[in-house]
Design a protein around this ligand. Sequence first.
Ligand SMILES: NC(=O)c1ccc[n+]([C@@H]2O[C@H](COP(=O)([O-])OP(=O)(O)OC[C@H]3O[C@@H](n4cnc5c(N)ncnc54)[C@H](OP(=O)(O)O)[C@@H]3O)[C@@H](O)[C@H]2O)c1
Length: 257
Amino acid sequence: MKIVVIGGTGLIGSKLVTRLGEHGHEAVAAAPNTGVNTLTGEGLADALAGASVVIDVSNSPSWEDDAVMEFFRTSTGNVLAAEAAAGVGHHVALSVVGTERLPDSGYLRAKVAQEKLIESSPVPYSLVHATQFFEFVAGIADGATEGNTVRIPPVLFQPIAGDDVAQAVGRVAVGAPLNGRVETAGPERFRMDEFFRGALAAVEDPREVVTDEHARYFGTELSEGSLVPAGEAILGEIRYADWKGQAVKYPVDRPAR
Ligand SMILES: NC(=O)c1ccc[n+]([C@@H]2O[C@H](COP(=O)([O-])OP(=O)(O)OC[C@H]3O[C@@H](n4cnc5c(N)ncnc54)[C@H](OP(=O)(O)O)[C@@H]3O)[C@@H](O)[C@H]2O)c1
């Protein structure tokens, strides 16, 4: 099967291209530096010619509210139109568990807009909602840092390894379109404040994690279940404590603060 991976040079996209290729598919990475720009439409029709499936794991270069909305609306609209013209039979997109529960986040409002475009398009689709990637843990800590303090609410948190996300998305992509959504999360559920206390201590990060039930997560207050799957989910296999990426997060490749 020819499978085009929009954002195929990114974190999840590059893992998907490798994985799908290993399973005998013709996996094509589509991104600006492979000549495909979904904002301008450049290279899109050529990339999609003969494709059975398109997986969209692209991300906006800017997370500013208006910029991210513009990115997901324009890019998704262009991709869906090109798929309809090329006769693509399955559009798969990666989104975030809890998008619709956190409307105060500009980023998640943009992901909801992306999902609505997909749901109202004639192209058969599957939406995969993932929890926070292990690779994003350092970014969450940085976003919650004031001075030497990291303020984190005591809500449920179930992060997942990027490799497990790629596996779940790849499996959905080679199956029949769900015309609905599926959720995926890591194998363990934590309290978010306790998780960060342990994760930072494990790499001797000097910042102190303070439990704060009103601490904002990228602009939005969280409640107990905002970030975790509401029901049944595809669970990843990799535990955070066993994940190789954590040891290099700090202080090896980061300046001391
Ligand atoms: N971070 C999390 O914890 C989390 C959780 C759940 C879901 N997600 C979702 O997962 C998805 C993938 O995230 P990621 O971290 O793998 O992203 P990433 O590493 O930032 O990669 C983004 C990809 O999008 C491409 N891209 C950017 N602008 C483009 C354009 N105009 N046309 C075509 N491609 C473009 C990039 O290409 P270049 O490298 O050439 O710029 C890159 O290949 C996102 O949609 C995100 O919402 C993230």
